[in-house]
Write a protein that binds this ligand. Structure first.
Ligand SMILES: Nc1ncnc2c1ncn2[C@@H]1O[C@H](COP(=O)(O)OP(=O)(O)O)[C@@H](O)[C@H]1O
Ligand SMILES: [Mg+2]
Length: 485
């Protein structure tokens, strides 16, 4: 079914009734559905989100409702909206939820020079991190962290009006479950590879490597969101998928963080050191943002960029929010206690193709996950790649401490060979591969390298043997123009 028709299923006119709720006007539209302002007989307001049942994989509203109810199971919590009502109809699903205010993308666009002041930015960042950690502490990862999925509370909603809320759980996935017998949280086993999920601009390098996303990847996306809200990402204006991917994979930390406050410098190296199971250091992130707030001589109650002086005055009446504590105790708390792979039976080992039956990301190019035939596939989050005159050099980035193994292949292109085909790259060193044109003049602009981590404890230097033991090979495409010369 065409996308227009899917949207037509959820285009409602003012006056249409959903139980006690009546449509007043449209508020916004997302990748898959429509969001409306609704009101009930008691003049209470809400937001109704509707999604066609005919979108690929079905509507995610049911999943969203389930997650939101789970997040609020002990009563309403800060930074999380509540659900009032949800239902399925023939052509669509809908839910009515707490009415919130504007999203961070709109708020940013409305600012002079389209950027927040650091005083606003740092406090927004802390609150986004708060909401994300809360989601993680309930066992879910979001997988679509972006400015449109964070919204302020409604301006008429008291203390909530100054609170960032996290939204849109359509791509969320449990990464852990509570084992009732053992009375503890157990990590869900990572799949060997996973489909691309998320929005191209904000996904972490791991997502480009088709790795299972964990808490680290949400936090990574949040860092990208904050870099964008602070002025822009290096790939901000780049639309081509391959170029974005290549930039994310090859730029060093300093370039990615170039316009960011210096006190945020230790976050990226930390994220690079984590795997799917490990718990990100939320407190480290909090402390850097709090420091930015202090440097700006801003307090938690200072005016936000979009607020009027009256709103600032009004804000002093509210009791301090939970994040407004210099020591940030919330950010060091770890109610889940997972920081490594599961011991004993894992929660939900499963078919690698099963993504939980959720909808696909707004990035419609996800089906491009297979690289073109004659591409060089590498794992650039760990390696930087240079090529010149037929030689390709891979250098291990400083943050990586374990040897990795590579395998080079030029598929479906005759008259070329690579030398060597297999190899191991040791930490802080490089490997060179020669690309030799044996005959003819076929032009290739990309070749392929696969790589994987050497299994822990593996000492063999026989790269081919090591490679055959690697379960989780990763690929990425990198254009290598120089090999044609
Ligand atoms: N409860 C709400 N109150 C106010 N605006 C909302 C609410 N929920 C969503 N919106 C607006 O609608 C947009 C799309 O909602 P979202 O849940 O992200 O849908 P999608 O899954 O289609 O992206 C958001 O970016 C936000 O601006
Ligand atoms: Mg959204």
């Amino acid at each position: 079914m065409a996308e227009d028709d899917q949207m037509a299923n959820v285009k409602f006119q003012p006056g249409k009734k959903f139980g006690e709720w009546v449509i007043k006007k449209r508020l916004d539209e997302g990748g898959f559905g429509q969001v409306y302002l609704v009101e009930n007989g008691k003049k209470e307001k809400g937001a109704l989100k509707a999604e066609s049942n005919e979108v690929e994989g079905g509507s995610a509203i049911k999943l969203e409702t389930m997650i939101l109810k789970q997040l609020n199971k002990n009563g309403p919590v800060p930074h999380i909206p509540t659900v009032y009502h949800a239902a399925k109809r023939n052509k669509y699903c809908y839910m009515v939820m707490m009415l919130l205010g504007d999203n961070l993308k709109h708020l940013k666009t409305d600012q002079p020079k389209e950027r927040f002041t650091r005083g606003t930015w740092s406090r927004v960042g802390i609150q986004c991190l708060y909401s994300l950690k809360y989601l993680h502490d309930c066992g879910f990862i979001h997988r679509d962290i972006k400015p449109q999925n964070f919204v302020m509370g409604h301006p008429e909603d008291g203390a909530r009006s100054r609170m960032v809320h996290i939204l849109d759980f359509g791509l969320a996935r449990p990464f852990a479950s509570f084992d009732e017998k053992r009375k503890k949280w157990v990590a869900r086993k990572a799949r060997g590879s996973a489909e691309f999920r998320g929005t191209l601009r904000y996904t972490s390098p791991n997502v480009h490597l088709r790795k299972e996303q964990g808490r680290v990847d949400d936090v990574w996306s949040l860092l990208f969101v904050l870099i964008e809200l602070n002025g822009g990402l290096p790939w901000q204006t780049e639309k081509e998928r391959d170029k974005v991917e290549q930039m994310k994979m090859s730029l060093d930390n300093r370039t990615v963080m170039q316009n960011m406050p210096i006190c945020m410098g230790n976050i990226l190296p930390h994220l690079h050191s984590l795997d799917y199971y490990q718990r990100p250091d939320y407190h480290l992130f909090f402390k850097s943002l709090w420091q930015v707030m202090l440097n700006e001589k801003i307090t938690p109650t200072s005016k936000y960029d979009w607020e009027s002086p009256e709103q600032e005055e009004n804000a002093k009446k509210f009791k301090p929010a939970d994040w407004e504590k210099p020591e940030g105790p919330y950010f060091s708390s770890d109610p889940i206690g997972i920081n490594g792979p599961p011991e004993g039976p894992a929660a939900n080992s499963e078919n690698p193709n099963n993504d939980g039956g959720l909808k696909s990301g707004e990035d419609k190019s996800k089906s491009n996950s297979k690289p073109a035939k004659n591409w060089l596939q590498v794992s650039p989050s760990l390696l930087s790649v240079q090529s010149s005159g037929g030689t390709v050099k891979f250098t291990m980035k400083n943050e990586h401490f374990e040897p990795i193994v590579y395998k080079v292949k030029i598929s479906n292109v005759e008259n070329y060979r690579v030398n060597p085909v297999f190899g191991i790259i040791q930490p802080k060193s490089s490997a060179e591969v020669e690309v030799v044109r044996t005959a003819g003049a076929i032009k290739i602009d990309r070749i392929v390298v696969q790589f994987g981590n050497v299994t822990k404890g593996e000492t063999s230097t026989d790269a081919q043997k090591v490679f055959s033991t690697i379960k989780d090979t990763d690929r990425l495409t990198v254009p290598i123009s120089a090999v044609n010369k």
